[in-house]
Design a protein around this ligand. Structure first.
Ligand SMILES: C[S@@+](CC[C@H](N)C(=O)[O-])C[C@H]1O[C@@H](n2cnc3c(N)ncnc32)[C@H](O)[C@@H]1O
Ligand SMILES: [Zn+2]
Length: 159
């Protein structure tokens, strides 16, 4: 029993290492932009503290690779699909990208390369603006739709 667990941990580590070793094009290097985690309408959110130019790579969404069993039997609000048969759990220390919320008209977008997830600015982002991207339909239907979307387009703040 112990041996099986040990083997599986080893395979998970090897999988993660293989992903990290693949060289990525230069554009997949997060810039050193000042962002902060703060309070938003949905709990926590990530806010720009300086102007971020359109097209800039802002953050990597890091996490622990899930094994096949976990992919089929578990679900979590920080799970992120990185390929047809691969998923990570972003609930790990240091992954502030896990606090980026969904918006129907977002200012960021996701690009996945070599099973790694990056958040890019879809347009110029002003200091103070909350970073958002469009979650996929599957995630939206499971986690956002039942309670209603709180993004600025769906639930505008009334002055
Ligand atoms: C990846 S987390 C984002 C960070 C989250 N606000 C927190 O404090 O942990 C995704 C979760 O945040 C909430 N969320 C994100 N965007 C939302 C939105 N537009 N409307 C309502 N809830 C949202 C949902 O509970 C969702 O499952
Ligand atoms: Zn919305």
């Amino acid at each position: 029993m112990y041996k099986e667990g040990y083997q599986s941990n080893y395979e998970d580590l090897l999988k993660m290492y293989t992903v990290w070793m693949k060289k990525l094009p230069k554009r997949f290097t997060p810039g050193d932009f000042k962002v902060r985690v703060g309070k938003s309408r949905t709990g926590k959110g990530v806010f720009a503290e300086e102007k971020i130019p359109k097209g800039a790579c802002i953050l990597e969404y890091t996490g622990r690779a899930l094994n096949d069993w976990e992919q089929h039997n578990k679900s979590g609000k920080y799970f992120f699909e990185t390929g047809k048969h691969s998923m990570i759990d972003g609930n790990v220390p240091g992954n502030i990208a896990k606090y980026v919320n969904h918006a129907c008209k977002p200012n960021c977008e996701i690009d996945i390369k070599n099973k790694r997830v990056f958040i890019f600015a879809k347009r110029t982002i002003k200091p103070g603006e909350e970073l958002t991207y469009d979650y996929d339909t599957e995630y939206f239907d499971e986690f956002i739709k039942p309670k209603g979307c709180l993004c600025n387009s769906c639930s505008p703040v009334l002055a």
